[in-house]
Design a binder for this molecule. Structure first.
Ligand SMILES: Cc1cc2nc3c(=O)[nH]c(=O)nc-3n(C[C@H](O)[C@H](O)[C@H](O)COP(=O)(O)O)c2cc1C
Length: 240
């Protein structure tokens, strides 16, 4: 099983029957130490913590991966990108995982970085995976103005409340990727949901990069002067 397989089979796991083994935890530590960020100019820190360090209802995991970042533009996109690699790594290794935006922690990062979000994980109780037909996602035509097998798979990425804020438009040479501002009823959540959707955009880019690789292509993300679009925030562009 590789990251691409996980993308086409994964689901959020919220019930756990046990904790990862010491070997799985040390493999995770090694892996997260080697993840290349999307934005190399933003300092980040990841901390593994037990349930005693996490507040919030709705998740019974005993293990969490907490993400902290320097407070800079694109910090949340960068966070989503990095932590999604860890999400896929856990799943490849048989561990169930769920993004946990409602989770809070008072554990400080020694470097003073700001807490952004966490993953909850553990040995899955029940099925870890599902079939492609069981994904609930917007149709490709509602998120992109072109047809593409790669983007059709990438839209399976997870997002907060399954909002799927990514919108993609093509020009002659590149795809331009935008974040949709939340509409009704999610807009009521204000900054909270905008912040989560910025994390979602990083998740999407992380998944998209793996799908490119599966199809033998290298995703090269660049900031371009993409056209302004109503209700959308431009995030980044990628090669065709
Ligand atoms: C940024 C983010 C935050 C999330 N926060 C929570 C959460 O607090 N609680 C929860 O149960 N699920 C949470 N989720 C999981 C989503 O609800 C889930 O990914 C989405 O509904 C799609 O379902 P799937 O992951 O099974 O494909 C979060 C997902 C993301 C990407």
């Amino acid at each position: 099983m590789d990251f691409y397989d996980v993308i086409t089979k994964r689901k959020s796991v919220r019930k756990y029957s046990g904790r990862p083994s010491d070997g799985q935890m040390s493999a995770l530590k090694d892996f997260i130490g080697g993840i290349k960020p999307l934005y190399g100019n933003i300092g980040v820190k990841m901390i593994l913590a037990g349930a005693d360090k996490v507040k919030g209802k709705g998740n019974g995991a005993e293990d969490y991966l907490l993400f902290y970042s320097e407070d800079k533009p694109n910090a949340r996109v960068n966070c989503g990108y990095i932590l999604q690699k860890a999400e896929m790594f856990l799943q490849v290794n048989g561990i169930g995982v769920c993004w946990y935006g409602m989770g809070k922690t008072e554990l400080p990062a020694e470097c003073g970085y700001k807490f952004i979000i966490m993953l909850a994980f553990g040995v899955p109780e029940g099925e870890q995976f599902r079939e492609l037909k069981d994904f609930k996602r917007k149709a490709l035509k509602d998120t992109a103005d072109f047809e593409s097998e790669i983007f059709d798979i990438a839209r399976l990425a997870p997002s907060a409340i399954n909002i799927q804020p990514w919108r993609v438009f093509q020009d002659e040479n590149r795809y331009h990727i935008y974040r949709a501002e939340p509409g009704f009823p999610h807009a009521i959540l204000g900054k909270l949901i905008v912040g989560m959707n910025q994390v979602d955009m990083g998740i999407y880019l992380s998944v998209l990069e793996e799908v490119y690789a599966h199809f033998g292509k290298t995703a090269v993300f660049t900031a371009e002067t993409a056209p302004a679009r109503k209700g959308l925030e431009y995030i980044i562009s990628v090669n065709k």
